[in-house]
Design a protein. Structure first.
Length: 258
């Protein structure tokens, strides 16, 4: 899967799924814009790894919740390469609140989470629209199984990802036939971000997920990156919500095989 000559923006790519995606794209020959909001040092380290793989890579610090920053990200890519072939909307945020604790979420929490997870995606696609149409490019939005199951780090997070799923389908219809838009919906991913958010509950949550999944596994950032890059290159696939969940939706039979 040779991506030489192709250029990609990956938001939220200083660590985790975003970093793994940027590195995989670089390994396939694509040029990559690495984005972060605060972790500039970590983002520069990812860019250096991409360059070590022979790719052109550079860092732009920007907050996708800010429309002007989204425009600036797209402009930076165009100034560097004159084209945008791929956009991976990976930047995301949450607030870890138990589902039953409705008092733990404020209206501002919803605004903060939606501004990145849903509105930020729309703003990035809008900023890159002309370039993506011109290149017959592709967008992959990083959603979550929380958007289908209605559970996750918080109700606000699940709702934002449910909205993102609908947004993905709408944008696929609007950007066609020139450009494609899909989403990947990961399950439990082994990341420092999730471990920090769950704290003492991390190991129990990880094991519970494995117990409920047909493959008895959780995901790595690289697992999700594989699916993202596949969607970026699947030329006749658009408007799809691809679950990458180690078989959680299928479920796992209990007990030993007969």
């Amino acid at each position: 899967m040779d991506l030489k000559g192709k250029c990609a923006i990956v938001t939220g790519s200083s660590a985790g799924v975003g970093a793994a995606t940027a590195l995989l794209l670089a390994r396939r020959g694509a040029s990559v814009l690495i984005n972060c909001t605060k972790s500039t040092e970590a983002a520069e380290a990812v860019a250096a790894q991409c360059r070590a793989l022979g790719a052109d890579a550079f860092v732009v610090s920007a907050n996708v919740a800010d429309d002007a920053d989204c425009v600036r990200l797209a402009a930076a890519a165009m100034a560097r390469w004159g084209r945008i072939d791929m956009l991976v909307n990976n930047a995301g945020t949450t607030k870890f609140v138990a589902a039953r604790k409705l008092s733990g979420l404020s209206a501002q929490d919803f605004h903060d989470i939606y501004s990145v997870n849903t509105i930020g995606v729309f703003q990035m696609v809008r900023a890159c629209e002309d370039a993506l149409r011109a290149s017959h490019g592709a967008v992959v939005n990083v959603s979550s199984i929380a958007g289908q199951e209605g559970q996750g780090s918080s109700i606000a997070y699940a709702a934002s990802k449910g909205a993102l799923n609908t947004l993905t389908v709408s944008l696929a219809r609007v950007l066609g036939p020139e450009a494609r838009v899909n989403a990947v919906l990961p399950g439990f991913i082994e990341t420092g971000w999730l471990q920090a958010g769950l704290g003492d509950a991390y190991e129990a949550s990880r094991q519970a997920y494995k117990d409920s999944a047909a493959l008895a596994e959780v995901l790595t950032p690289e697992d999700v990156a594989d699916s993202i890059v596949w969607l970026l290159t699947a030329g006749k696939v658009t408007g799809q919500l691809l679950r990458v969940d180690a078989g959680r939706a299928v479920g796992r039979l209990q007990g030993r095989p007969a």
